[in-house]
Design a binder for this molecule. Structure first.
Ligand SMILES: [Zn+2]
Length: 78
């Protein structure tokens, strides 16, 4: 399970989370998942998109509804 580092688009704090191919719709890249920043001063949700290498391609500060494909999974920061 690869550990990823990034920054929360709401509070700009450094975040870590785990993402694997099972968490996203691999038929549709960039593939979205929801990320909850588990922090008492934040707690906000964003939509992150990964490419076919599970690298973060796009970050949206909102909870984007899926246009097509399966339901979007929610991942929490570690
Ligand atoms: Zn945050």
């Amino acid at each position: 399970m690869p550990l990823r580092y990034n920054y929360c688009p709401h509070c700009n704090k450094r975040i870590t989370f785990r993402i694997e191919f099972d968490d996203v719709d691999t038929s549709l890249y960039p593939a979205p998942f929801y990320l909850v920043h588990k922090d008492v001063s934040c707690g906000k949700i964003s939509t992150f998109y990964v490419d076919s290498q599970l690298h973060i391609a796009v970050i949206e500060p909102e909870k984007k509804e899926p246009k097509m494909g399966r339901a979007i999974k929610t991942v929490e920061t570690t």
